[in-house]
Design a protein. Structure first.
Length: 340
């Protein structure tokens, strides 16, 4: 082994509002030694995703926050460097959750094998990983789209939204995206094949959405919340389905929005129109169905039916700045860090 140093990016302080470079610190420690029944993993690629902002906060959520001084959490693609485990071979690639560091040990629990020579190993963090899997199960299992349905997806060019729309088109649905700015809306239509994409910055956004959904909305894939959901709610058809994946417009909020309480209106719509709205946490709820997703997505990719764009940053030390940029929308495509 060439080096004995394990670089780690630690959470230095809890951000107030947008994270700053000073909220992270680069630490160096010794490479851990795997015990009996363990393997040593070397990180090759690290995924950067919006949910990480929530883990930096100590608000109560579906997962524990990162403790001050601990390694930042994150999905990784790793290679087995040493193995004291009968099921893992040196050189094998795995999908793991070892966070922002060069090396980690594992007892093998929760790892997904990627083989000895995966063609695009980093794809396991995007189109073949958590974002693609989230889009697939949320849309197909909760959304239950039928041919001819109108699907609306918010954050339409993001890692999840871009997959939702393309899968919707493969299921012969009309797909309307919602994205921020002309460039993203054009990309959704010309490259991803959406039927329409509405800019949520437009002054007449709600009117444009209504015109694009003249037959109402059958499936609304929720990534955003806020004013986007306000525009969607009156357009939902009887029997509509809402997979609730994320609410990015609320992640930095410190209080409830001003204005009248619309909870009774929402509950009334859910009741009268028999709308199904269901939240889900992808690996908690669907880990046992990963193979089903992987088979379909691999085939669609091989046949050129899915377009996937990756934004790759070199070097673990650049992860904090890249993550800050992600929250400002500076990336174009799924953001990954090539660690080594």
């Amino acid at each position: 082994m060439m080096t004995t140093i394990n670089r780690q990016v630690l959470l230095a302080s809890r951000p107030v509002g947008a994270p700053q470079p000073t909220d992270f610190t680069l630490n160096q420690t010794e490479i851990p030694t795997p015990e009996q029944g363990e393997i040593l993993l070397k990180t090759k690629y690290l995924s950067l995703d919006p949910y990480m902002r929530g883990r930096m906060s100590d608000k109560k959520s579906y997962a524990e926050p990162v403790a001050i001084g601990d390694v930042m959490v994150g999905g990784t693609v790793c290679q087995v460097e040493q193995s004291n485990h009968p099921d893992f071979t040196v050189g094998e690639w795995v999908l793991a959750f070892t966070g922002w560091q060069d090396y980690a040990t594992s007892n093998g629990e929760g790892l997904i094998k990627l083989g000895m020579n995966p063609t695009h190993p980093s794809y396991a963090l995007g189109v073949m990983g958590m974002p693609g899997f989230t889009a697939y199960m949320g849309l197909l299992d909760i959304g239950q789209p039928k041919a001819g349905d109108t699907i609306v997806v918010a954050a339409a060019t993001g890692a999840v939204g871009s997959m939702v729309g393309q899968i919707g088109k493969l299921k012969n649905c009309r797909v309307v995206g919602i994205a921020g700015g002309k460039e993203k809306c054009d990309y959704a239509k010309s490259v991803l094949g959406f039927d329409e994409c509405i800019d949520h910055h437009a002054a007449d956004f709600a009117e444009q959405l209504s015109q694009a959904c003249s037959n109402g909305i059958d499936v609304y894939y929720e990534n955003v919340g806020g004013k986007v959901f306000d525009a969607v709610l009156p357009l939902l058809n009887t029997g509509a389905r809402i997979p609730l994946c994320g609410l990015i417009s609320q992640y930095n909020a410190t209080s409830l929005p001003e204005g009248p309480d619309r909870m009774n209106m929402l509950m009334g719509q859910l009741l009268v129109k028999r709308i199904k709205m269901q939240g889900f946490i992808i690996f908690d709820d669907y880990a046992h169905r990963y193979d089903e997703f992987a088979q379909d997505m691999s085939q669609w990719l091989a046949e050129g039916k899915i377009h996937y764009r990756e934004d790759c940053v070199e070097g673990l030390e650049n992860a904090p700045q890249a993550f800050i940029g992600l929250l400002e929308g500076k990336n174009f495509g799924k953001l990954v860090v090539k660690v080594s």
